[in-house]
Ligand binder design. Structure first.
Ligand code: SAJ
Length: 402
């Protein structure tokens, strides 16, 4: 197969994107450094949990439009969809984007289109353009280079890939237009043209905006705890105002996007990013505070009952109804609580995961029946209608009872 599109990175975004393009009858070659991932996909199976993705991949592979491999194949469009984590000091790490580009460079030819979708610090696309033209000076201004961030919500990826509006920014007008023409074939949302730097900043802005708004809700929850006010009721009431829309507090902000991307702005513009930086601190502090509350509840129980309590820790995922534990505040809280453990019995619950390497998992019914203290960390659907007897101590950090 001679692919039209080569996608580098077959993770949470790269794989669904590849499957979607392939489902439009376009030959797509997906590249991943992990041979097991490649083998799984070539069998028409998937290595991640995402509704409807399994069917999309199975069909695309069966029809011969999607193939995977560990080495790049020449195509006319290249999509870079690799992770951009941060380093120890919260500085963005674009080494995967650089490595993918290095692999693509020898295959590039006149009129090819190179697109970065990975979340990237401002200036990355221009940096890669300079890198490409240093290695291949004969191609200068003869290929098109653009940035188009993904903005899909895990759990609803297949729908949002097609229906969300997209922001597309080239390093020049011709690049922007060529990238728009590419996305037009499989995106039903609006395609908005801009330049590469604005498109990069737009992605960082979207996730920072959500982080700042969640920080506001989390700050309110700390204030309300001291003031003896139910924060959930307060937010519901404040949101009755036609121009107020406060998000929900929780046990912190997790995932590999919202808890990461704001640092890409803060590390480049530390003096200016006051609210963005502080929001990260507040959301991280909220997880620490939750862990402290569990320890406090444990000590109070001991003083009152003269015995050690048993404790149910409900949820490990980074948000409700998913199996993804990456950058999860709930997992962090469980770890911190266990570091403070003495002889108490702990029941750790995560209904979306069968087993865990470190934590022994318990069924949610059994855990809530056996435990003296029940700590709700993630608002999974399974936890919403549990019958919990009145003598139990309940810490509800995620609004199960609101
Ligand atoms: N959270 C709260 N309170 C809320 C909403 C969320 O505490 O009111 C917490 C969640 O529990 C979770 C974290 O925030 O720990 C992030 O969850 P999320 O559902 O807000 O977002 P993600 O990380 O699943 O996906 C985000 C989305 N970005 C925005 O909504 C601006 C998605 O559209 C992006 O594509 C994705 O990041 C990404 O890949 O960047």
């Amino acid at each position: 197969m001679t692919p039209k599109v080569t996608t580098v990175g077959l993770g949470y975004i790269g794989l669904p994107t590849s499957a979607l393009i392939a489902s439009n009858g376009v030959e797509v070659f997906g590249v991943d450094i992990n041979p097991e991932v490649v083998e799984t996909i070539n069998q028409g199976k998937i290595h991640i949990v995402e509704p409807d993705l399994g069917d999309a991949v199975a069909q695309a592979v069966e029809k011969g439009y999607l193939k995977a491999g560990t080495k790049i194949k020449a195509a006319s469009t290249y999509l870079v969809v690799v992770p951009t984590p941060f380093k120890g000091n919260h500085e963005p790490d674009i080494s995967y984007v650089e490595a993918a580009t290095k692999e693509i460079i020898p295959h590039l030819k006149e009129d090819d289109l190179y697109i970065i979708e990975s979340t990237s610090p401002v200036g990355t696309t221009e940096k890669m353009r300079d890198y490409i033209y240093t290695e291949r000076p004969e191609l200068e201004n003869k290929i098109q280079i653009a940035y188009c961030p993904e903005r899909v919500l895990p759990g609803n990826v297949i729908y949002e890939l097609v229906h969300n509006d997209r922001v597309i920014g080239g390093v020049d007008e011709a690049s922007t237009q060529k990238a728009i023409a590419f996305y037009k074939d499989f995106v039903k949302g609006e395609l908005y043209a801009t330049n590469a730097r604005t498109a990069e900043m737009c992605k960082l802005t979207e996730n920072s905006s959500r982080d700042v708004q969640i920080a506001f809700a989390n700050e309110l929850s700390l204030i309300c705890d001291k003031a003896g006010i139910n924060v959930w009721e307060l937010i519901d009431l404040a949101n009755k105002h036609p121009r107020v829309n406060i998000l929900q507090p929780g046990c912190g902000v997790g995932g590999h996007c919202i808890a990461v991307d704001p640092y890409f702005i803060v590390s480049e513009f530390p003096m200016e990013s006051q609210i963005i930086g502080k929001s990260r601190e507040i959301n991280n502090y909220k997880s620490f505070w939750c862990a402290e509350q569990v320890v406090k509840a444990k000590q109070e129980f001991e003083l009152k009952h003269h015995r050690k309590p048993s404790i149910a820790l409900m949820g490990l995922a980074f948000k409700p109804n998913i199996d993804d534990l990456r950058e999860s505040p709930a997992k962090y809280i469980v770890q911190r609580v266990l570091q403070n453990a003495q002889d108490e019995d702990y029941y750790i619950v995560e209904p979306n995961v069968e087993s865990h390497q470190i934590f022994k998992l318990t069924d949610y019914d059994e855990a809530t029946k056996k435990a003296d203290i029940i700590v709700f960390l993630v608002a999974h659907n399974e936890f919403k209608n549990l019958e919990i007897s009145e003598e139990k101590v309940v810490l509800d950090f995620c609004g199960i009872y609101k």
